[in-house]
Design a protein around this ligand. Structure first.
Ligand SMILES: [Zn+2]
Length: 143
């Protein structure tokens, strides 16, 4: 995603290919946050499988192995970004979202990724589920 991309940039595949429910929730939250003077930038949304593999490869070089990189980067098969079910929000909005996100069904999933949000519709009534410390604790990543 280019710098300064927002959740309203429909012409970008990273935004347009997000799950419609997630995109709707993020747009609603972004609209309300704007009233509080908080701007929502998208660092990463939907990713192609090829791009996800590239990220994993780069992370494996950085952290020494794919196993070590798994704390930060999922495979193309397991990534919620590839399925369009996750969005990484710019640092300006993470504090606002951690406080208000659950009202929109938007939840931080991993303790080590304060920017990574997914849709959990039940959070509107019940609050967000407990976070995993990092993605290696997420059963969805055990494939
Ligand atoms: Zn993410």
């Amino acid at each position: 995603m280019p710098d300064g991309a927002t959740v309203f940039d429909d012409e970008m595949p990273g935004v347009a290919k997000l799950d419609p429910g997630l995109l709707g929730a993020v747009r609603q939250a972004a609209t309300d946050a704007a009233d509080d003077g908080v701007e929502f930038f998208v660092d990463s949304g939907w990713r192609s499988p090829e791009y996800q593999e590239q990220l994993l490869h780069e992370a494996a070089l950085k952290y020494g192995s794919e196993e070590k990189a798994a704390r930060w980067v999922a495979t193309a098969e397991t990534s919620a970004h590839v399925s369009g079910d996750a969005v990484d929000i710019g640092p300006d909005a993470t504090a606002w979202l951690s406080e208000r996100g659950a009202e929109y069904g938007l939840c931080q999933i991993y303790g080590n990724e304060p920017w990574h949000y997914e849709l959990r519709p039940e959070a509107v009534d019940h609050g967000c589920p407990p976070m995993y410390a990092d993605p290696t604790h997420d059963p969805r990543m055990q494939q």
